[in-house]
Design a protein around this ligand. Structure first.
Ligand SMILES: *[C@@H]1O[C@H](CO)[C@@H](O)[C@H](O)[C@H]1NC(C)=O
Ligand SMILES: *[C@@H]1O[C@H](CO)[C@@H](O)[C@H](O)[C@H]1NC(C)=O
Ligand SMILES: *[C@@H]1O[C@H](CO)[C@@H](O)[C@H](O)[C@H]1NC(C)=O
Ligand SMILES: *[C@@H]1O[C@H](CO)[C@@H](O)[C@H](O)[C@H]1NC(C)=O
Ligand SMILES: [Cu+2]
Length: 332
């Protein structure tokens, strides 16, 4: 459940499809509970090789547990292939025995050369792999061939929401937008600082900046993180999908934890920010988007997808309280 905050947040942001996210709240709400300990979240490059290896191992463990819940398309068609059990951080720990820190990717450290980021490491033991092979053959499909999730590492296949290889196509200019600016323009420390320091008390403006950073990392990485339809699947099967492919890339979790960390930084930047929350649409011209809820407020129970229990934003404001129980290493 430790991913809950980002999940919640981005569903409010609602520019990227939210159905790819899930929040599982455990326990009994009527009984206030205390954190027995605080888990620590750390930047990926500060993890030791053995911590990285353990995290990668737990991700593979979780991704290998297949189940048959959820139909995938809007018309309730279930696609071939068992999906992995992939409800993240809590399951990594409870189901796959992970005990280490929850990692995040602070991409602002790499803004000047995102391609050289340590998150794209090629170690077959603990690297998350680099850009994919988009060219060697028509079937190459931007499959990631380096790192611990490459098909060549053996008897392992990611499977969200169906079994298929991890794909990436790192690029600063995607070609998807007119007059496109480089996708890293919002990923440097100055933009991040502006986002947290120039939006005091204004959730709407903070949300807007967060959405840009969120989307631009998805766009830069491409492949699964951009939710691309795998080559083996018919385009029309992908189109109606109620669940996005984006969490198939383990980098998804590192990126979303970073966004959660920025929210936490913003909350601590000024007392007006801590409980600031609103359901304002990002594009006020378009009130018809069903994903926007103008009436959303901190006590509003928001549902995400069929696997998740609705949760009120207020219950996840404080990362150091139950049910979240974590903190970031760089917080004082
Ligand atoms: C974006 O990346 C390019 C190429 O790596 C670099 O020259 C540029 O400074 C970066 N822009 C920002 C805002 O970091
Ligand atoms: C990969 O990204 C480049 C842009 O840098 C684009 O031209 C190309 O079509 C993409 N390849 C695939 C297979 O999506
Ligand atoms: C940060 O804010 C300052 C002051 O408003 C502005 O001049 C600058 O362009 C902003 N930088 C970025 C990267 O948005
Ligand atoms: C408004 O949102 C709806 C639902 O997502 C979409 O179909 C429509 O194209 C949007 N309109 C504009 C002007 O963006
Ligand atoms: Cu996302």
């Amino acid at each position: 459940m430790a991913m809950g905050r980002t999940i919640l947040f981005l569903c409010v942001l609602a520019v990227f499809p939210c159905a790819h996210l899930s929040y599982a709240q455990e326990g009994n709400e009527a009984q206030p509970q205390k954190c027995s300990k605080l888990l620590i979240r750390k930047e990926w490059r500060t993890l030791t090789h053995s911590e990285k290896t353990e995290w990668v191992g737990a991700v593979k463990c979780l991704a290998s547990i297949r189940h048959e819940r959820l139909s995938l398309t809007k018309d309730q068609t279930v696609l071939e292939g068992k999906r992995s059990l992939y409800l993240f951080d809590t399951s990594l720990r409870d189901t796959c025995g992970y005990n280490g820190p929850t990692p995040y990717w602070d991409w602002s450290r790499d803004h000047a050369d995102l391609f050289a980021s340590p998150v794209f490491g090629d170690s077959a033991e603990y690297g998350l792999g680099g850009t994919g092979d988009c060219d060697s053959s028509p079937e190459a499909d931007c499959t990631v061939t380096t790192g611990a999730f490459a098909p060549s590492t053996g008897n392992f296949e990611l499977a969200w929401p169906i079994p298929h290889a991890l794909r990436r196509n790192l690029t600063l200019i995607t070609g998807w937008f007119d007059h496109e600016l480089p996708q890293n323009r919002t990923l440097g420390p100055e933009f991040v600082r502006n986002s947290t320091e120039q939006t005091t008390g204004d959730f709407f403006r903070f949300q807007y900046a967060m959405t840009l950073m969120h989307n631009h990392v998805h766009n830069f990485v491409g492949g699964d993180l951009a939710g691309d339809c795998p080559a083996g699947l018919r385009e029309e099967d992908c189109k109606g999908m109620a669940i996005s492919f984006t969490p198939n890339d383990p980098l998804f979790w590192l990126h979303h934890v970073q966004l959660d960390r920025l929210w936490s930084e913003w909350q601590r930047h000024h007392p007006f920010n801590f409980a600031a929350f609103s359901g304002m649409p990002l594009n006020p011209q378009n009130m018809t988007d069903p994903r926007y809820d103008l009436n959303a407020h901190a006590d509003h129970h928001m549902s995400f997808d069929v696997q998740s229990v609705p949760v009120a934003p207020r219950s996840v404001f404080d990362t150091e309280s139950w049910p979240l129980c974590y903190r970031y290493t760089d917080e004082s």
